[in-house]
Design a protein around this ligand. Structure first.
Ligand SMILES: [Zn+2]
Length: 115
């Protein structure tokens, strides 16, 4: 059985639909900004606590998690965020984006040198 409710997206705090369903201790979040992703209840509690107490060490990772869920959604995938993988996902996403930006900067540098 699935129960559905409207609540805040744990990642971006925008209005989202939260579904509790077949996977125990996990919820499916559907957010207009972050797209759809699965999050376990433990991590959901950790993030809710971080929002309440403004724990920037945790909140600082959230834009990278949003980036990861958006990227997966654009490619037809869905990210499952858990209390054990979320930091790894956030750091990997941040590294990947920095790497892409560096490549882009190098491309511009090459273009300038050859011009
Ligand atoms: Zn969101």
């Amino acid at each position: 059985m699935t129960t559905r409710s409207d609540a805040c997206c744990p990642l971006c705090a925008r209005l989202a639909t939260i579904r509790r369903g077949s996977i125990e201790r996990h919820v499916l979040v559907q957010c207009c900004h972050c797209r759809a992703f699965v999050i376990d209840m433990r991590l959901n509690e950790i993030i809710a606590n971080a929002w309440r107490r403004n724990l920037t060490a945790i909140l600082g990772h959230l834009p990278w998690l949003t980036d990861a869920t958006q990227f997966a959604g654009e490619h037809g995938g869905i990210v499952t965020l858990t209390s054990t993988n979320w930091i790894y996902i956030a750091e990997s996403q941040a590294r990947e984006r920095l790497h892409q930006n560096k490549l882009r900067t190098e491309d511009v540098g090459v273009a300038r040198r050859s011009a």
